[in-house]
Design a protein around this ligand. Structure first.
Ligand SMILES: Nc1ncnc2c1ncn2[C@@H]1O[C@H](COP(=O)(O)OP(=O)(O)O)[C@@H](O)[C@H]1O
Ligand SMILES: Nc1ccn([C@@H]2O[C@H](COP(=O)(O)OP(=O)(O)O)[C@@H](O)[C@H]2O)c(=O)n1
Length: 239
């Protein structure tokens, strides 16, 4: 029986080498044994991608902190909102109108659209560590992820940026005034985004609190202070 541990793989190679030196196996037999063992070695390296979900209200600072985490810990930052905006503005996209309407109304898109974009981005990234920012944002997102992706990756934990509604609104409005160009950084849409967050996203955060997978960050202080909490959370998880 072949074992996948590197120690026993090394022993296997030593055995093959001994057989060869003692001329006790034909080249064909040795080739067969070599292929068998090297497949075992490859599978011991082929680990699943690591995923951290990043949640919090609109404007809580998820994107700001994700780009710092990506620099510091070599994660790839996948902003679900950015992927959707990109898809929405792609010429010929069948989802353009749907994405624009949902975003303007502060509504969450069907998971099949979002999950396909995430899966494509994960596959083409060349990395094995991902921050999935703004997802899963409702039960449909979570169910779709569990159906399509959860067995293909290792979810590490959920980083939750805890921010008051007042700060969230202020930050989004300022982001809009500073020229974000986003169709949803205005007071009217923000009210709807906050409603959606309270009704659909908070239950998901509570679900992860129940499973013990949440790391809560106080998102109120300035970005440097928030990052020092974030950094401690990643270091404590072995990153
Ligand atoms: N800790 C913070 N304090 C004040 N403003 C912040 C902080 N973190 C981010 N911001 C600003 O708030 C706005 C929203 O931040 P962003 O990271 O885009 O949030 P999200 O990705 O959660 O929507 C941005 O203009 C950003 O510069
Ligand atoms: N999982 C997600 C994430 C975002 N979205 C859409 O994208 C919009 C913007 O999301 P975002 O993550 O860029 O922005 P914030 O609301 O976090 O600031 C949301 O209001 C939704 O309309 C979605 O449908 N599904």
């Amino acid at each position: 029986m072949l074992s996948c541990s590197l120690g026993s793989q090394w022993n296997n190679f030593q055995t093959v080498s001994l057989l060869f030196r003692q001329r006790q196996a034909t080249i064909q037999q040795l080739d067969h044994i070599f292929q068998h063992y090297s497949n075992g070695i490859m599978s011991s390296f082929a680990t699943k991608a690591k995923v951290v979900f990043v949640l919090g209200g609109p404007g809580a600072g998820k994107g700001t902190q994700c780009s710092r985490i990506a620099d510091r810990f070599r994660f790839t930052h996948l902003s679900t909102g950015d992927l959707l905006r990109e898809e929405g503005s792609r010429e010929g996209s069948q989802y353009g109108t749907m994405i624009e309407e949902h975003m303007r109304d502060g509504k969450i898109l069907p998971v099949d659209v979002t999950c396909s974009l995430l899966e494509k981005a994960i596959k083409s990234s060349g990395n094995s560590m991902f921050l999935i920012d703004g997802f899963p944002r409702n039960q449909d997102n979570l169910d779709g992820w569990n159906r399509r992706m959860s067995s293909k990756v290792d979810m590490q934990f959920v980083l939750f940026f805890d921010c008051t509604e007042e700060d969230c609104v202020k930050r989004c409005l300022k982001r809009g005034l500073n020229g974000s160009g986003r169709i949803d950084d205005n007071l009217e849409t923000l009210k709807k985004r906050i409603q959606t967050y309270n009704k659909h996203s908070l239950p998901i955060i509570q679900y992860f609190q129940g499973t013990g997978q949440i790391k809560t960050i106080d998102a109120g202080p300035d970005a440097d202070q928030v990052f020092s909490q974030v950094e401690s959370a990643f270091l404590a998880s072995g990153f």
